[in-house]
Write a protein that binds this ligand. Structure first.
Ligand SMILES: *Cc1c(COP(=O)(O)O)cnc(C)c1O
Length: 328
């Protein structure tokens, strides 16, 4: 049985740090999309709630229903309107042309395209869209930064554009609206969250993207079998690893079907204790030196993200929901 352990103290520590930076737990919208970045929504949500967070963002209605009895405010980021929207949830309005497809009086947060050009209404059309959206219940307005983690001008240009949108909206409506734009990296790069905004934090909750936060997730595999791999014998598909001397090896119960990137046997992909995986990874298993009944595959995915030339998000989010998870 493979296993994911979620460290409660580390998660609480991170959320405390984030809340301090943002000015309180009530100013956080914790992003729980895609099984809380692969960590496990069901186990983390009660901890998040107990700390005082009452606003969460998810990807779709299916994820929202999982949390409906825990959080009061659930923002769905990527819904396609179908006229059956649930009055409990808040829906992002990403496509101004889709207003008529929403059920009347649906709670929405309007997305502004401040220069990322992925979703939302651009500033020129804002006034018109506000009029068209009057059949919906506008509760908030938000935008997303394309490069808050990069030190270029785009962040400031988008901030300026969002400020223009806020000014225009505040002038044209008396509604009391919620504004939000900052993600993890924007929050930590800024000296302070704007006074009239909440922030949407994803990755930093889990200890990534910032120094001095703590990693929450560690992944364990368990031994299926072991043997002596004799000098000059090879192991696994294609015999990609050949022993130079007799070596006690074991096969462990995690593979690429569990959402791990498939290691092709080339180069050195290391486990948490620094020992390499030997040969190619299989669908449901991998082999390495016999390291006992339970081994930690990783407790910090930075190394695997570097090895596979990707970002930490992708290593985490692929972890299969069927891997058993526990809070420790
Ligand atoms: C995923 C997501 C976030 C969170 O981003 P992090 O970089 O993980 O903090 C915030 N807002 C939107 C719209 C997102 O899709």
């Amino acid at each position: 049985m493979s296993l994911i352990k979620l460290d409660k103290k580390s998660y609480e520590y991170n959320l405390n740090q984030i809340a301090t930076k943002a000015g309180g737990f009530e100013r956080l919208i914790c992003v729980f999309k895609d099984n809380a970045y692969g960590h496990g929504t069901k186990l983390l949500a009660p901890i998040t709630k107990a700390l005082g967070v009452n606003f969460i963002a998810v990807r779709n209605e299916q994820e929202a229903f999982e949390l409906e009895n825990i959080f009061e405010n659930i923002l769905i980021l990527s819904h396609r309107p179908n006229g059956k929207e649930n009055p409990k949830f808040i829906y992002a309005l990403n496509e101004p042309l889709s207003i008529d497809q929403f059920k009347k009086h649906t709670r929405i947060h309007l997305k502004i395209d401040t220069n990322m050009h992925r979703n939302g209404v651009c500033l020129e059309n804002l006034q018109q869209v506000l009029k068209n959206a009057s059949k919906l219940r506008l509760e908030g307005v938000f935008t997303h930064f394309s490069g808050a983690d990069e030190m270029d001008a785009s962040f400031f240009i988008q901030k300026q554009n969002f400020q223009k949108a806020k000014d225009l909206i505040k002038k044209s409506t008396d509604l009391k609206l919620i504004f939000h734009s900052y993600n993890s990296s924007a929050l930590f790069r800024a000296t302070k969250l704007p006074d009239d905004e909440l922030c949407r934090v994803g990755l930093v909750q889990f200890g990534y993207g910032q120094e001095n936060l703590k990693k929450v997730l560690s992944l364990y595999a368990h031994k299926i079998s072991s043997r002596i791999l004799k000098s000059s014998q090879s192991i696994g598909y294609g015999g990609a690893y050949t022993a130079k001397e007799d070596l006690k090896v074991a096969t462990y119960d995690l593979g690429y079907a569990d959402g791990l990137f498939r290691f092709n046997g080339k180069g050195e992909l290391k486990l948490a204790n620094g020992k390499p995986i030997l040969g190619k990874m299989s669908m449901d298993s991998f082999s390495c030196e016999d390291l006992g009944d339970e081994i930690c595959v990783f407790n910090d995915v930075q190394l695997w993200a570097k090895f596979f030339n990707t970002i930490e998000y992708e290593i985490l989010v692929k972890l299969h929901p069927n891997i058993p998870r526990i809070v420790v």
